[in-house]
Design a protein around this ligand. Structure first.
Ligand code: TRP
Length: 330
């Protein structure tokens, strides 16, 4: 009798242990969902769009925030010390993979870890930014997406829309490695088309308004690389340039929508989707950054701001119009 009771008690205890064991396992699992740490350099429409795309790309690969991954998002607001602190925080939160949106954010992450995989979200030139050895074989803990602009096509388009233009001013920030690289490319392409080139380098966003005023009296049109400082202050650039009817050829669709004249641009959302997918492949162990080539988008769409074209009295050649996607402010 007694031993039966004992057996019964033991049975109950055993059952409890089993239940406790499995519950614990499940809790552990809940805590274990991979953390994806995202660091965005600053807010502007293009980078915001890239972040939206990243979430979509992860989702398309089966990773949903709050379900089987946890996304921790930080925005450095163009502040170097914030970028450094935030990078360290993301590492302390045990991120399994880190995503850097824009060059200065990716550089801050890269300075904080050489072990945790980092996926680049639309970096103009990962090599000159010191992030990878080569685009084909990154070599370390970093791979991702490059949004290197089709600079030659952009300047060809500028010349076809502005046939009387003789000079171009390139506007960018001295703080951004990505812009230095692209400005040099643009200079060469513009000179190849017979244009006189002048560079206008701003130390911070405080000097943009005045610089654009000066440019408007010195050159025929403004060219803007994928510069985050300028993209963040695009409204100011457009306001000042419009006062003197100076056309702006930026590098991305979002900046055309904000008042640039035209560009041949890569879709920002698509860049994000590809970044998200590459991060997903790393989480699921399908790829290793060291041997995963940088993904480069090398084609773009012709984007024209119709309202701005009318304002500036620019006639769009029929052949260009046929291929173009038209945008314009309300
Ligand atoms: N390529 C930029 C960098 O390397 C980031 C970027 C992506 C960007 N899209 C943009 C900057 C649009 C300005 C506008 O930092």
């Amino acid at each position: 009798m007694k031993s039966k009771k004992l057996m019964g008690t033991l049975g109950v205890v055993f059952l409890f242990l089993i239940i406790a064991f499995f519950t614990e396992k499940r809790e552990e699992k809940a805590e274990e969902i991979p953390v994806v740490g995202v660091l965005q350099y600053v807010s502007h429409p293009a980078l915001d769009e890239i972040y939206n795309g990243i979430q979509k790309g992860l989702k398309e690969s089966g990773f949903v925030d709050g379900e089987n991954i946890k996304i921790i998002f930080q925005n450095g607001q163009a502040d170097q010390s914030k970028l450094t602190t935030m990078s360290q925080q993301l590492i302390q939160k045990n991120s399994e993979v880190l995503i850097g949106i824009a060059t200065p954010a990716a550089q801050a992450l890269a300075n904080s870890t050489s072990e945790i995989p980092i996926v680049l979200g639309a970096i103009t030139d990962p090599v000159s930014a010191g992030l990878v050895e080569t685009n084909e074989k990154p070599g370390g803990n970093i791979t991702g997406v490059s949004d290197k602009s089709p600079v030659d096509s952009q300047l060809d388009l500028a010349v076809s829309l502005l046939p009387k233009a003789k000079s171009v001013g390139i506007l960018y920030s001295s703080a951004e490695e990505n812009s230095k690289y692209q400005a040099a490319e643009a200079k060469e392409a513009a000179q190849g088309l017979g244009l006189t080139v002048k560079e206008y380098v701003v130390p911070s966003s405080n000097e943009i308004a005045q610089t654009v005023q000066v440019m408007s009296s010195e050159i025929d049109f403004i060219y803007i690389p994928t510069d985050n400082t300028i993209a963040n202050a695009m409204q100011t650039v457009v306001n000042e340039a419009n006062k003197m009817n100076t056309p702006i050829i930026p590098s991305v669709d979002t900046m055309v929508s904000e008042g640039g004249l035209a560009t041949v641009g890569i879709n920002q959302f698509d860049l994000g989707v590809q970044t998200g997918k590459m991060a997903a492949d790393i989480i699921s162990g399908k790829s290793d950054p060291a041997t995963t080539p940088i993904y480069t988008f090398n084609t773009g769409d012709i984007i024209i701001n119709e309202v701005q074209a009318k304002k500036l009295g620019v006639t769009i050649p029929e052949a260009v119009l046929k291929e173009a996607k038209l945008v314009g402010e309300e």
